[in-house]
Ligand binder design. Structure first.
Ligand code: HEC
Length: 348
């Protein structure tokens, strides 16, 4: 059997990709405190200056002059302002390459000192959630998985039980026993929301056809909460966005509260939970509006509510730029499923 071994960070990211095909949006406020860096040259001004020059010569081609990942080289190069896997992983990525990035970015070897200088420079650009500290436990967590399903977790030294917080994370990302097909809670949420969006769009194809608006709004209601759709029939998996969102919140709370929860699990749990609560709230609003549509007799009013439903499903999937600042964060009123997935992928 072909079993691939990956570190936790990489496997969580992969599982996240497997369930979430969309593009995640970015958050970019500076300010939250980062843990101390493990880079020996961190904060050294001469090193930062030298690093800036070396960065521009060796990395900016792909990662961009501002390290935001928007260079002219390979598309979708990482946004290094948000690098968060700790200094040792940074050194390793540069020396050995990382996924699509060749060793040294294909630009020729650098000395350890030059790598440390580049790291020190990048820290001056770091955004909230960036992390240059190595995990205190240096033994590597390894996951064995196949087709995105985690088969076993080991610490490189001795085989161990999976950590408790990872078990709860697995219920969100990989598998949970009360969902159809026992898929993860985030997966069912994404499926139901995609189905709801499809039917919400059918409802607004002809804004003068009240029967059509009402029929498809019932279908949306079924995907949001099958219990609320009293006819008991409709598209979707029969689980519902609302219940899946509650499940994500609960299991994220379990992971956060586990005695062995990592620092990143505790931090990002709050972000995941806040975004999932937004989803829960918007799902409730959709049910209210669906009630207006199916109970109403005026095509004009029904069409109005049906269009609001389309908008809220978009928020559920992609989040909402509530404060119109051009970015969608995990925060109250902003984060949706894309932000849930983004912050799950940060948990190591
Ligand atoms: C030829 C283009 C190219 C060059 C040059 C390049 N990189 Fe990259 N780098 C990438 C791409 C593309 C990725 C994303 C890999 C992926 O996700 O498949 C990446 C990823 C990384 C990562 C991992 C990011 C993460 O979040 O874990 C680090 C660290 C990194 N690059 C550092 C550097 C540094 C430092 C330099 C200069 C010494 C450099 N890169 C030069 C293309 C490049």
């Amino acid at each position: 059997m072909m079993v691939r071994q990956l570190t936790l960070a990489a496997s969580v990211a992969l599982v996240a990709l497997a369930v979430w095909p969309g593009v995640v949006s970015t958050t970019s406020a500076v300010g939250e405190e980062n843990r101390a860096s493990s880079n020996p040259l961190s904060g050294n001004q001469d090193a930062e200056e030298a690093g800036k020059t070396a960065y521009r010569a060796n990395c900016a081609l792909c990662h961009g002059m501002r390290a935001d990942g928007r260079g002219r080289g390979l598309p979708n190069s990482a946004d290094l302002r948000k690098f968060k896997r700790g200094y040792s992983k940074f050194v390793q990525a540069v020396k050995e390459g990382y996924k699509r990035m060749p060793a040294w970015g294909g630009m020729g070897a650098l000395t350890d000192e030059q790598i440390a200088q580049i790291g020190a420079y990048l820290e001056t650009l770091a955004r909230r959630n960036a992390n240059w500290a190595d995990p205190s436990d240096s033994s590597e967590l390894e996951f064995e998985f196949e087709k995105g399903v985690i088969l076993a977790t080991t610490r490189s030294a001795e085989p161990a039980e999976p950590m408790e917080y990872q078990v709860h994370l697995g219920h969100i990302l990989t598998s949970w026993n009360d969902t159809p097909g026992e898929v993860g809670l985030a997966t069912i949420l994404q499926k139901e929301a995609t189905i709801a969006r499809e039917h919400a769009e059918y409802a607004v194809t002809d804004l003068e056809d009240l029967a059509n608006i009402q029929l498809h709004t019932r279908h949306v209601r079924h995907a949001v909460d099958p219990v609320a759709e009293r006819s008991g029939v409709g598209p979707g998996m029969g689980y519902g966005i609302a219940r899946a969102a509650v499940g994500v919140i609960r299991h994220m709370e379990f992971a956060r509260d586990a005695a062995d929860a990592s620092a990143s699990a505790r931090l990002h749990a709050e972000h995941v939970i806040t975004s999932a609560r937004n989803i829960q709230f918007w799902a409730g609003k959709i049910l209210d509006k669906a009630g207006q549509v199916t109970g109403g007799a005026s095509p004009v009013a029904s069409a109005f509510y049906a269009e609001e439903i389309v908008e809220r499903i978009d928020w559920i999937l992609n989040g909402r730029d509530a404060d119109s600042d051009g970015t969608i964060t995990w925060e109250d009123g902003e984060g949706g499923l894309a932000q849930v997935m983004e912050h799950l992928s940060y948990i190591e």
